[in-house]
Design a protein around this ligand. Sequence first.
Ligand code: KG4
Ligand code: ZN
Length: 365
Amino acid sequence: MTETLTVLGLESSCDDTAAAVVRRTAEGPQVMSSVVWGQDELHADFGGVVPEIAARAHAERLDICVERALEQAGLALGEVDAIAVTAGPGLIGGVLSGVMCGKGLSVGSGKPLLGVNHLAGHALTPRMTDQVAYPYLMLLVSGGHCQFLAVYSEDHFKRLGGTIDDAPGEAFDKTAKLLGLGYPGGPLVEKEALRGDNARFKLPRPLLDRPGQDMSFSGLKTALRRARDLLVDDKGGLTRQDRADLCASFQMAVADTLGEKTRRACLVFQDVAKAQKPVLAVAGGVAANSVIRASLQQVADSTGFEFLAPPLKFCTDNAAMIAWAGLERFSKGFRDDLTLAARPRWPLDREAAPMLGSGKKGAKA
Ligand code: KG4
Ligand code: ZN
């Protein structure tokens, strides 16, 4: 018999302040509420997340999000079984705000506290949304992360490769900034690309010539800048068509690179995990991109994997995934206490060698 458990989750590791209540009954998981208070407007002028601004906003907004999440779930704090909070990896000021808030709620209510790895939250989301069985393959691809994970349990992840520098979302954001499109860049680049020719600029497909599943996106960004500068030098500026063609060529390069590396990760995963019905799941904001999704779907079809993309609101940063990861840990007997530390870096796979570079938002990657 599955015990009914209800967990309040908090998330504040990047630029979304979030709180949620998730319950698991014999019938399965249920997201009772999920409140996300984004900060795009606070960071838009800077073309990226400013850590100090983010931390202050989290500190001001967390308790409001918690109140709303409990209210929408129709519960009082005393009615949850545990409190789960992102304890890393992420921008340290924001993580600290969340951990302090979680500790305060735990002390005040007498409810157990669980520190959750933000990446585990993303990686376990397909279990909350689709009750996917272990093991499965996960591609985390967002503004801060890019890695392949074999997910064996709520506490056992094996990293099968990842970016050695920027995350793709970061590259999308920088491309948008270079082309004067705004922030966050991903959706704006995708929209521009609709009118563009994806074969006009020959941009690199980094690391495809090397074996393995590691990726690199910083060279692609530099190649895009060079292509733009050549046009500007030549004609004194960019036409709308130039901009659309640059976006389409860039997006295609990312989709091709992710597609091929994912194909390799699928083969490696099956080699080690030998799953009966292998599943390729994806999470992170970049998974919203339809060209990238199509590329991943094609890879899944050709390698015999089922492709699973949870609803976008649970793919991007949210607290339901943290509540769920906390719930899975709680049900296995894990507990934290007031010594819980906020960790800017916290690799999921404790045995994997640290990656060389980690990008500007590297603390999360
Ligand atoms: O998962 P997320 O909300 O936050 C973290 O980075 O953790 O992902 C945000 C990232 C941003 O870099 C954004 O530009 C990118 O995801 N993104 C996209 C699209 N929508 C969001 N990238 C490409 N195409 C999109 N449609
Ligand atoms: Zn995230």
